[in-house]
Write a protein that binds this ligand. Sequence first.
Ligand SMILES: [Fe+2]
Length: 248
Amino acid sequence: MRRFPAEFADLLTPRGETLLAGRHAESGALTNPRTRFLALGGLIDPKQARAVALLLEKSLLAHLREMAQPIPPETIWEETRNYAEQLPKTMRQRTTHLDNPRSAAFRVAQDIGLIACLRSDSYRAFAAALAGRALKKKYGLQAIAYATGDYAGPHTDHHPEESDAARGYFDMHLSFATAAVRDQYLVYARTGHFTEMVEVTQTPGLVTAYRLPFWHYTTPLRAKPKQDAKARRWVLLGTFLFADQGAR
Ligand SMILES: [Fe+2]
């Protein structure tokens, strides 16, 4: 693959097309008050998904910047009471937003057709079908690459300071792992405990959907033996606001 297809729908399997048409069994599942996270395989064509990972490796990797927020040492050594530690958001990954036409990453993403694909009508319609709710027209795009050992610690993605996101919003993540990856898990909380865990690299083109905020974390990416340098999970993220901000 040299370029992304102009329409996101051209990456989909017949099952993916049923979701786009609102006829998939999980269409609207996120409108259930108890459901905040969905992971759906078999929607994106697996051959194309592997090709997407290779194309992103070749073109976009060099334009990402490292985001590293390590554990602050004072969370241990400046504590004065037992068991009173508090962990801020920790992470290590490489990332770029894809919203700034002046950035080098944006221009590369444009050259390989990524921007057009993620701005296509079928991409937006697919996200709305997954959310099961009308979404605002304007949405954010970001690319993340997890290398071996990269992770995201527990966090909620709550944005109480932004009025249109303060009551919740919707994220759609498309995962494309290279063949050298062994595994990575998304762990999330349900009814107050981190009880849920989903593997996110072994299904090419896995689609995950988040009705944020809720507590979740991403475990360190593990490579197959002796393949540390080649192992990477790419995530293409779309962040959407609900057209109707009524319900949580
Ligand atoms: Fe998150």
